[in-house]
Design a protein around this ligand. Structure first.
Ligand code: G6P
Length: 615
């Protein structure tokens, strides 16, 4: 996730671009850059680091000019560096581009462009765009050629993008286009703006146009012309934004946590992007390859992580064991390191970390490496310590997570573990092509299922949360993967609302804490694992017999469970292996709304840090 901005008018562009970029820093902050049309050429300035660093570098030397584009980066393809920072240009420096999103077919396009003589400077996927425009502009440089070249270029790009392009020969226009990444145009008087998000525009104008997927626009000082990628003109509604300043970086949400829960469908899509072969349904993890000899000698997988990432690991264990039939152990990183762990060359260690900087996880990674184990990192931050020190990396593309309690990163970790499980299962021979294809198809449907959960259940969950916000104890029970998700649901509630919560393997209640289940205690009972469904019903009866208030999570069409419990939240019917991605959503929302009802500081809970860099 990155942020892009632009300005064309009669004021100096650079200070406006910098100001507006700062409002988008939540979208990424590992490097920043801008391009301004300065007299007869486009001047590009960019640097690794936060926007404030770029500002310092430019102090007193901002490029002069009244049209420009800017970018704040959250590295995806290519580590954070001066070269990989945006804007990017073609060979001649004539076309300059900023981009938010992922060009999935960039390798193919890059090869083609290189065969036609283009030279690339960065490791980014974005750089194919200015080169494509350059390529299509050749022989098309008459009037309107810039626009035609852009149309042709974006027509070739697959994936997601919000993109802005300037041409040295056409200083009085900026072209923007959108597919699957947000882009908002701000309308001024004799000046126009654009940005990835409304907050970056509000200091200048309240009148905005929201571009839809498949639309592009040409911004000049006096107007904005919107058309489809095919060139048909589109008449857009002009919206009048009435937000107060508090809601600004949160994109209209009251808290980052809620915003990030709502970003889960996008996090899933981005994490899948480019990793599934659309034709065969096979998973391709271009980042690494486990060869046949390595897999043959592989005795065990050891997953090491903390907090929410550890809970993702618990799901990963079941998934990998089921699909690839390789034994998996999951250890808390803080325990692993001092446990004289049994890992070596025949064990693959997977470390999972949103931030990639958690000291315990990093120490676990080093311990595993020191014992000769190959280490695969699943992390959300490009260039983080964990990413740099691991042998291989699978990035989760959840985008920056600001709220301390992890939500969208957890979901993206689950998706990465599914991809890994399928990848390994195909190579150990335990997952056949048709089962893999079916599973992949179901995974691709998950984003729309999550969207549907928001639509159908968010208000109800908010009501439950208000009703139970005064409770002292809440229980979460489930079997198999439902138990793993119960642990995450319980952690989320404790982290943000400070309500004591306990997750229990449903079959284990009777061996332990059943005495704590008394009249009115809320129990979330997850019943999505069909192989243990009947057993789960028995466990639900056990808690109902003690007068607990039971909220069940079950598949749509399950008529039985409603007769046993007080409330049911139905989730779409998917393969039981995939339910964690769906069942965790109501639990995250419950934790969020319970915390709000109790007046807690949701995004910065007491005594917790987003990234704990001490052991
Ligand atoms: C901290 C955070 C948790 C997080 C854990 C692991 O304790 O408060 O929310 O799950 O660290 O973080 P990581 O960045 O390694 O995933």
């Amino acid at each position: 996730m990155c942020g892009i901005v632009g300005y064309i008018g009669d004021k100096e562009a650079a200070p406006i671009l910098l100001e507006n970029l700062k409002k988008l820093e939540y979208r990424g902050y590992d490097s920043a850059g801008l391009a301004v049309y300065n007299r007869d050429k486009i001047e590009v300035r960019k640097a690794e680091g936060r926007i404030s660093r770029l500002e310092e570098i430019l102090k007193g030397e901002e490029p002069k000019g009244s049209a420009g584009i800017g970018h704040t980066r959250w590295a995806t393809h290519g580590r954070p560096s001066d070269i990989n920072a945006h804007p990017h240009a073609d060979c001649s420096g004539e076309f300059v581009v900023v981009h938010n999103g992922i060009i999935e077919n960039y390798l193919e396009l890059k090869e083609w462009l290189e065969s036609r003589g283009h030279t690339f400077r960065s490791e980014t996927d974005t750089e194919v765009l200015p080169h494509l425009v350059e390529e299509f502009y050749k022989g098309n440089s008459s009037n309107g050629g810039f626009e035609l070249a852009v149309r042709e270029a974006i027509g070739r790009a697959e994936g997601s993008f919000a993109v802005a392009i300037m041409s040295q020969r056409e200083p009085d226009r900026i072209i923007v286009a959108r597919k699957n990444s947000p882009l908002i145009i701000g309308l001024g008087d004799g000046e126009n703006f654009f940005a990835s998000d409304i907050p970056a525009l509000l200091a200048w104008t309240k009148k905005v146009i929201v571009l839809d997927d498949g639309e592009m626009a040409i911004l000049t000082r006096d107007g904005v012309r919107v058309s489809t990628f095919d060139g048909d003109l589109v008449t857009k509604d002009i919206l009048d934004i009435k937000w107060g300043p508090g809601l600004i970086e949160k994109g209209g949400y009251e808290h980052f946590m809620l915003k990030e829960i709502h970003e889960e469908p996008r996090a899933i899509r981005d994490t899948l992007a480019g990793r599934i072969n659309g034709r065969t349904g096979e998973v391709t993890l271009e980042e690494f390859e486990l060869d046949a000899d390595y897999i043959r000698q592989l005795k065990k997988i050891s997953i090491v992580a903390c907090g929410t990432a550890y809970h993702a690991g618990l799901v990963g264990k079941r998934v990998i064991e089921k699909l690839a039939r390789v034994p998996v152990e999951v250890e808390l990183a803080s325990e692993f390191r001092y446990s004289d762990p049994m890992v070596g060359p025949d064990v693959l260690t997977i470390v999972i970390s949103q931030s990639g900087e958690t000291a315990d996880t990093l120490a676990g990674l080093r311990e595993a490496k020191a014992r000769g184990s190959r280490v695969l990192a699943i992390t959300n931050v490009v260039g983080s310590s964990v990413a740099r020190e691991a042998d291989d990396v699978i990035y989760t593309w959840a985008g920056p997570e600001i709220a301390v309690a992890s939500t969208k990163a957890y979901v993206a970790q689950l998706v990465s573990l599914y991809l890994f499980g399928i990848y390994l299962g195909r190579r150990t021979g335990t997952l056949n092509a048709s089962d893999s294809k079916r599973l992949v198809e179901e995974i691709r449907q998950l984003p729309q299922h999550v969207d549907m959960l928001f639509g159908r259940h968010e208000e109800r969950v908010r009501d439950f949360a208000k009703e139970f916000a005064g409770c002292e104890d809440v229980f979460f029970i489930g079997r198999g993967l439902d138990y793993a998700v119960s642990m995450e649901g319980s952690l989320k509630l404790k982290e943000v609302s400070y309500i004591r919560a306990e997750a229990y393997a449903a079959g284990e209640l009777k061996h332990g804490t059943l005495a704590l289940i008394i009249r009115g205690v809320p129990v979330f009972a997850l019943a999505t694992q069909l192989d243990v469904y009947e057993k789960m019903l028995s466990n639900i009866k056990e808690v109902k017999a003690r007068d607990a208030t039971v909220i069940a999570l079950a598949f749509e069409g399950d008529e039985t469970i409603g007769k046993l419990v007080d409330y049911v939240i139905h989730i779409p019917r998917v393969d039981s292996l995939l339910t964690p991605v769906l069942s965790v959503v109501p639990l995250q929302l419950f934790a969020y709304y319970a915390a709000v009802a109790r007046g807690c500081d949701v995004d910065k809970p007491r005594n917790l840090a987003k990234s704990v860099t001490v052991e």
